[in-house]
Design a protein. Structure first.
Length: 350
């Protein structure tokens, strides 16, 4: 393999790792109720936290104007505010560092002529996705900076989450094109189409997971296998499947069961394809996907059962499980992307 392509691929993989860490930090920020602590969007000057007592007082006064402080955190003093501020600040700082790593790497490889013409379009798409993610992140925060909402709007949270997943998956796909040799792939159009369908379903499932997180919907039904004693919630068809906590949790569960069944069935079908191409990566990637989907379902069940112990502002068993649940969901999606790549005939970057 061309050492230049390999170097670019490793740089992209480093970017994927940084995005995963950003997801983790974003999850901690949400679970500790820290996301609305910074009420301004300053992409450049905001890289530094308040540098003196007057700056801290000004930042705290701005936070006091929103509903979250007035109705939930009115007992906060300055040290309490600093705790949540630093979580949100670290989350934003890591996002800035991610942008710097991509920018420096791009300049370095461009100057050293590591890029070929085939990489131009994917890089344009990559930078557009990165820029959109920053904008969507601020719109999400802005949705909670008012006198009525206690948290950011769950629909904006889902948009932020899904756009970040898209950035992560596209970066991974770009790296796989540069890193995985042709002989490790198998031409299986039918299997590729199946995986694409599963990827779409996984995106839908993750969207409802984000709705769950944004609405703290796990508290509405911390039971399993029933939902507060019912297999089908009363009034299911009379309430919204996007804004009603019980219906959101019901949808999230049903999609999880559907995804588990489909991937488990697909695993055996893909096994026949893998046997026909013993040198391909499909044998490994399909097994990883199966293990991850089962792990994701088990983690989801345990997380919901721990929901009664939610204490906002703290980080305990529930928060750790919720973070693990989100992380495994991301790995599941990435494993599906890998399956799609190793079964696709066309090796185009974009």
């Amino acid at each position: 393999m061309d050492h230049k392509r390999r170097a670019v691929a490793y740089w992209l993989i480093a970017g994927v790792v940084m995005i995963v860490i950003e997801f983790i930090m974003g999850g901690v920020t949400r679970l500790t109720g820290s996301g609305l602590s910074i009420t301004e969007w300053k992409p450049i000057m905001g890289a530094l936290p308040p540098m003196g007592e007057d700056d801290w007082d000004k930042a705290f006064d701005s936070y006091k104007q929103i509903a979250q402080y007035k109705y939930i955190n009115s007992h906060f003093d300055l040290p309490d505010f600093k705790f949540i501020f630093y979580w949100e600040w670290a989350h934003r700082l890591w996002a800035r560092m991610l942008g710097v790593v991509f920018a420096i790497g791009f300049v370095y490889f461009f100057v050293r002529k590591y890029f070929d013409k085939q990489m131009v379009k994917p890089f344009i798409i990559l930078f557009i996705l990165g820029g959109m993610q920053g904008f969507v992140g601020w719109k999400m925060v802005e949705s909670g900076l008012n006198d009525t909402d206690l948290y950011v709007k769950h629909t904006w949270l889902a948009t932020h989450f899904l756009s970040a997943l898209t950035l992560m998956c596209y970066t991974l796909w770009f790296a796989l094109v540069l890193l995985v040799p042709e002989e490790r792939r198998v031409n299986a159009p039918a299997t590729f189409k199946q995986v694409v369908g599963i990827v779409v379903l996984t995106y839908v499932q993750l969207a409802w997971g984000a709705f769950m997180a944004g609405m703290h919907a796990s508290k509405s039904a911390p039971t399993w296998p029933t939902i507060n004693g019912d297999m089908i919630p009363p009034g299911l068809m009379h309430n919204s499947f996007v804004s009603n906590p019980i219906n959101v949790q019901f949808m999230h569960r049903m999609l999880a069961y559907l995804l588990l069944a489909i991937i488990s069935t697909w695993y055996f079908a893909a096994g026949k394809v893998a046997k026909s191409a013993p040198g391909s990566l499909l044998g490994s990637t399909r097994t990883i996907t199966l293990a991850l989907v089962w792990g994701q379902v088990v983690l989801g069940i345990v997380t919901v059962l721990c929901a009664p112990r939610i204490v906002f502002g703290q980080f305990g068993t529930y928060e750790i499980l919720a973070e693990a649940h989100q992380l495994v969901g991301m790995f599941l999606l990435m494993s599906l992307v890998a399956n799609a790549y190793v079964t696709r005939k066309n090796t185009a970057l974009a």
